[in-house]
Ligand binder design. Structure first.
Ligand SMILES: [Zn+2]
Length: 295
C-alpha cells in the first residue's frame, strides 16, 4: 500500500502479504544484486555507514544491506515512528541515531498522471520519490539514515506502478498506482506487480533469483550494461512501461465484486518485465553507490 487511505476505504481493501511496493522479496533481490556489484571501496563504505545505523549495527554486512532495503516499509508498523502524513501528526520522541522519526509514506512513489479517456489530470504531489532520490544523490556525503532510503526508493521506482496514477471517469482523482484497480477477487493491480518476484525471503531463494535475473540482463546487455544514473530517466521508463505494458486491459478499474478481466498470459508478461526491472534496479543502485562512494 502506497499511502494511508481513508479508514473506510482501508477496511474494504484486501489484506495481502504484499501491499507495498515490490514486496520484501523484490527489494531483497535488488539489494543482493547491487551489493554483489559494489567495488571493494564502496562496499567498505556502505558497511561502515550501516554500522552507524541504530537498526543495523549488529548485523553482518551483506545481511544489513538486504535488511536496509526493506527498512522504509518496516517502519510503517514500528511504534517508534509516526505518520507525518496524518491530518494531525503526533510526533514520537526523537531517538539517538535518527534525524527524524517520520514514516515518510509519501516518499515511496511519484504519481505521474495519464488518462485513457480524457479525464483531467492532477500533477504529482511533493514530496515524492523523485524529489527524495535527487536530494539524497546531491548530498555531499551519504548519511547512515539516507542509505536505506536510497536502496529502497531506487527499487520502488523500478516498479512501474510507483511511477504513475491513472485518471479515468471511474476514478477521477487517480487510481493510486493501481491500488484502486481490482484484478482478481481480493487483489489489486498494484499488489499483483509488487509480488511478481514471489514471496519467499530466504537468502537461498533471493540469491538464486538475483543470479537468474542478473544472468538474463547480462545476456542482453553485456557484463557492464550502460544504464542511466538519473532517477528521472528511471521514472520516465517506469511511467512508459505503466502506460504501454501494465494497463493493457482497457479503461475499467473493476470493483471488489467484479474485478477487471486480465488478458490471457498477463501475469507471465508482467513477470518478464519485472525480472528486467529488478535486475536494472540492482545494477543502477550499484552504479550510483560506486560513483558516490568511490571505486
Ligand atoms: Zn516503498
Amino acid at each position: 500500500m502506497r499511502r494511508f487511505l481513508p479508514a473506510l476505504l482501508l477496511l474494504t481493501l484486501p489484506l495481502t502479504p504484499s501491499l507495498r511496493a515490490w514486496n520484501a522479496t523484490g527489494h531483497r533481490v535488488i539489494a543482493a544484486i547491487a551489493y554483489d556489484h559494489l567495488t571493494p571501496q564502496a562496499k567498505t563504505r556502505v558497511d561502515e555507514l550501516l554500522k552507524q545505523h541504530p537498526d543495523f549495527a549488529n548485523l553482518p554486512s551483506r545481511e544489513a544491506f538486504l535488511a536496509a532495503s526493506v527498512w522504509p516499509d518496516a517502519i510503517r508498523n514500528d511504534p517508534r515512528f509516526y505518520d507525518d502524513t496524518a491530518a494531525n501528526p503526533k510526533p514520537t520522541p526523537l531517538l539517538a541515531g535518527f534525524p527524524s522519526m517520520a514514516r515518510h509514506t509519501n516518499w515511496h512513489y511519484i504519481d505521474l498522471p495519464f488518462s485513457p479517456d480524457g479525464t483531467p489530470l492532477e500533477q504529482p504531489k511533493k514530496p515524492n520519490a523523485l524529489v527524495e532520490l535527487r536530494r539524497i544523490l546531491k548530498e555531499p556525503s551519504l548519511t547512515a539514515y539516507d542509505l536505506p532510503w536510497l536502496i529502497h526508493l531506487t527499487g520502488d521506482v523500478h516498479q512501474p506502478l510507483h511511477c504513475t496514477s491513472r485518471f479515468t471517469k471511474q476514478l477521477p482523482h487517480g487510481d493510486q498506482g493501481g491500488n484502486l484497480v481490482f484484478v482478481t477477487p481480493g487483489r489489486n493491480l498494484h499488489s499483483l506487480w509488487d509480488g511478481l518476484a514471489g514471496t519467499e525471503i530466504s537468502d537461498e531463494f533471493v540469491n538464486r533469483f538475483a543470479t537468474g535475473v542478473t544472468a538474463e540482463l547480462v545476456r542482453g546487455k553485456g557484463p557492464n550494461p550502460r544504464l542511466s544514473h538519473d532517477p528521472k530517466r528511471w521514472i520516465d521508463e517506469g511511467f512508459a512501461l505503466a502506460q504501454h505494458d501494465v494497463y493493457t486491459f482497457g479503461p475499467a478499474s473493476g470493483s471488489r465484486e467484479n474485478p477487471v478481466e486480465l488478458p490471457e498470459n498477463y501475469e507471465a508478461g508482467a513477470r518478464r518485465i519485472a525480472r528486467v526491472q529488478l535486475a536494472k534496479a540492482g545494477f543502477r543502485l550499484a552504479a550510483i553507490l560506486n560513483a558516490k562512494l568511490g571505486r
